[in-house]
Design a protein around this ligand. Sequence first.
Ligand code: K1U
Ligand code: ZN
Length: 168
Amino acid sequence: MALLEILEYPDPRLRTVARPVSEVTDAHRTLIADMLESMYEAPGIGLAASQVDVHERIIVMDLSDDCSAPLVFINPDISVAEGKQTSEEGCLSVPGVYAKVDRYKLVTIKALDVRGKAFELEADELLSVCIQHEMDHLDGKLFVDYLSPLKRKRVDKKMEKRHKQDDS
Ligand code: K1U
Ligand code: ZN
């Protein structure tokens, strides 16, 4: 397995709209294993392929305390979305930034699993938030896009400073 580099905001590659997976192959299964390892190492609770510069519609997640419940969604699609919730979000592509975002409360997702088999899942609370956050990544959207212009400017400055420090 391999650790993958996670792209950081404002890298323009994070704005790429990912294409659907036409057939789930062994190459996809290797990518998924690497994404899970990279997510656990970060550490995070979710990762979209877009964040590792692979522009295919693949998401991994694990909300457990002990890395025991990996979830994989290929070509995820929200078929039902209801209610509203507001919660604090973070993002491995925007390190050190946390902000409240409004999301649907309940979602039903249709997706393919690692073997290419279709499944459906109902999600609420953090699972629902995380799925919506990761699906945004696949559409080239980031949680900072929901912030006010003032808060967004602060994030831009913080990330600029971080990347200047990386260069020196
Ligand atoms: O998409 C990502 O960059 C991953 C992101 C997922 C997410 C978190 C919270 C709300 C919505 C989406 C993260 O995993 S940020 C890190 C994080 O939340 C976390 C890290 C360690 C332990 C527990 C949580
Ligand atoms: Zn994210």
